[in-house]
Design a protein around this ligand. Structure first.
Ligand SMILES: Cc1cc2nc3c(=O)[nH]c(=O)nc-3n(C[C@H](O)[C@H](O)[C@H](O)COP(=O)(O)OP(=O)(O)OC[C@H]3O[C@@H](n4cnc5c(N)ncnc54)[C@H](O)[C@@H]3O)c2cc1C
Length: 473
């Protein structure tokens, strides 16, 4: 058995590790387009901020750790064509040498590439790039270019286009380095993965640390600024009202999401699904014989929404593990995502999972969403913080559908969103949350945890709904 995986990030490496773990007799080759296998790109903002001193510290495992598992790792090697019929992968190394790799099973883990929004100055032969201080961010290569700008050009100011979780983490990272940061977001709130009332709290936290947040403002053009301007780049944007805004900055970072990298798989005949990602079943099988796929390049099986596209590192690891197991004869089904996410914004943390109200409607539920606030631990013990939460449940049967949280970074928001994830995963009702046996000591919690107080508030509200018929699980 020769298993070949394409991609050296979360999905490709997870598949390779799982196959070697289950059957050390399996020959495994990982083909990696760059020289940085198994790096935690999720940690890039903390390397940029300086909290992680060296980029090598971001390695989940070193190349020697990987080789010690018995896998072969082919660095700086691009997969250029999959020949499904003959089960051969065409690869080319950085010296231009072509080779045909015979495989028995293949896992495609080509990931995603940063989306490039329709902004003048980002396209065409005279597009601005890293050498002008204009950056996209996804890979370690992108990170090195960004760090070169930061260290060589010593920018004083930055514009960030996009206020999703990566844009927000990078706003903090660049502020920590002393840059003055302006953040443009075309929709009315930052962090659009949470509801606007929590997004507004995130925006306030950014602003309180000096980030100039400009929401409902779409960037239209990035150009070199004339000499004598207050930055080397000119950024033209337009507010929702139609009013133009011009900003100047020494660098621009465009982080507006990703799109799945499917070129190779599509050329081989792979079927695409949600979000233009490779269609896979829950065993991570594509429609191509002997070809599995996992990670940011594939559709996401969501436990409540069905098929969607929700690229996350936590998901890529699990999908990769399933693909690696099944590629060597296993029969594992990916359990499904709940889109559980958490992001630190300076001193605060926002988290979410499951469905928000309108997502629940689209998925065929009858949702009720409430907003509530409770202490993270007994208020008489010093250092307590309020946690703001939004609870979404199905008003007919009481099933928990989604939770959104916002609280201080020491308020254990991540622990609480993970409790909610476990409850949703297991199909619990909101009411059942109250009876979970959660831990309690005054410095760390309350007899009714904040999450349970929120559950009780939801149940009170829902009981006034005439449609309520509690489900039993
Ligand atoms: C700044 C940042 C912060 C993030 N933070 C979080 C977080 O906190 N939590 C979270 O869950 N997720 C986070 N993510 C998302 C997470 O990193 C991705 O979902 C995850 O890395 C996807 O892994 P992947 O293996 O599918 O693909 P990718 O990481 O995109 O890797 C693709 C791999 O395929 C290789 N490749 C592509 N094409 C070829 C080819 N033709 N031949 C050979 N090799 C090829 C690439 O070189 C690379 O090794 C973050 C992402 C970024 C950029």
């Amino acid at each position: 058995m020769h298993l070949v995986t394409i991609g050296g990030s979360d999905a490709g490496i997870s598949a390779a590790l799982r196959a070697r773990e289950l059957d050390p007799g399996t020959e495994v080759t990982v083909v990696v387009g760059d020289a940085y296998p198994n790096y935690s790109i999720c940690g890039i903002p903390y390397y940029v901020s300086g909290e992680v001193p060296h980029w090598r510290d971001l390695a989940h495992r070193t190349i020697d750790d990987l080789k010690a598992t018995g896998m072969q790792v082919r660095l700086n090697t691009l997969a250029t064509k999959i020949d499904v019929k003959s089960r051969k992968l065409h690869v080319v190394d950085d010296s231009g040498n072509d080779e045909l790799l015979a495989y028995d099973q293949l896992v495609v883990g080509t990931g995603a590439i940063p989306a490039r929004p329709p902004i003048e100055g980002l396209f065409g032969s005279d597009a601005l790039g890293p050498e002008h201080g204009v950056h996209l961010l996804h890979s370690m290569g992108d990170t090195f270019e960004l760090m070169r700008t930061l260290e060589v050009a010593q920018p004083a100011s930055a514009v960030i286009v996009g206020a999703g979780y990566i844009g927000i983490e990078m706003a903090e990272g660049l502020c920590s380095r002393g840059l003055s940061v302006t953040q443009f977001e075309q929709i009315p709130e930052v962090l659009p993965t949470v509801d606007p009332s929590l997004g507004a709290l995130v925006a306030a936290e950014l602003a309180s640390h000096g980030v100039d947040v400009k929401t409902s403002t779409a960037v239209r053009q990035i150009a070199r600024a004339p000499a004598g301007s207050s930055g080397r780049l000119r950024i033209d944007a337009v507010e929702a009202s139609g009013s133009p805004i011009t900003a100047y900055a020494d660098m621009v970072l465009v982080v507006v999401g990703v799109r799945p990298e499917t070129t190779l798989a599509v050329a081989a005949g792979a079927k695409l699904g949600a979000g233009g990602a490779i269609d896979v079943d829950r065993g991570m099988r594509t429609n191509l014989d002997g070809v599995f796929a996992a990670g940011d390049c594939v559709v996401t099986h969501h436990r409540l929404m069905g098929l969607t596209y929700l690229p996350l590192g936590t998901t890529a690891h699990k999908q990769g593990r399933v693909a690696g197991e099944n590629a060597i004869g296993g029969s594992r089904a990916y359990a499904g995502s709940l889109g559980t996410q958490v992001v630190k914004i300076f001193d605060m943390v926002a988290a979410r999972n499951g469905l928000r109200d309108r997502e629940a409607v689209a998925a065929g539920f009858d949702p009720l969403t409430i907003e509530f606030e409770a202490d993270d631990h007994k208020a008489y013990y010093p250092g307590s913080h309020r946690i703001r939460m939004r609870y979404t449940g199905d008003r007919k049967v009481g099933r928990l559908l989604g939770v959104q949280l916002y609280g201080h970074r020491h308020a254990e928001v991540a622990k609480r969103i993970d409790i909610a994830a476990t409850a949703i995963f297991n199909g619990m009702t909101v009411d059942e949350m109250s009876y979970l046996d959660l831990s309690y000591t005054p410095p760390l919690g309350s007899p009714w945890d904040a999450l349970q107080a929120g559950a009780q508030a939801w149940v009170r509200e829902s009981r006034s709904s005439p449609a309520f018929e509690p489900m039993t699980t």
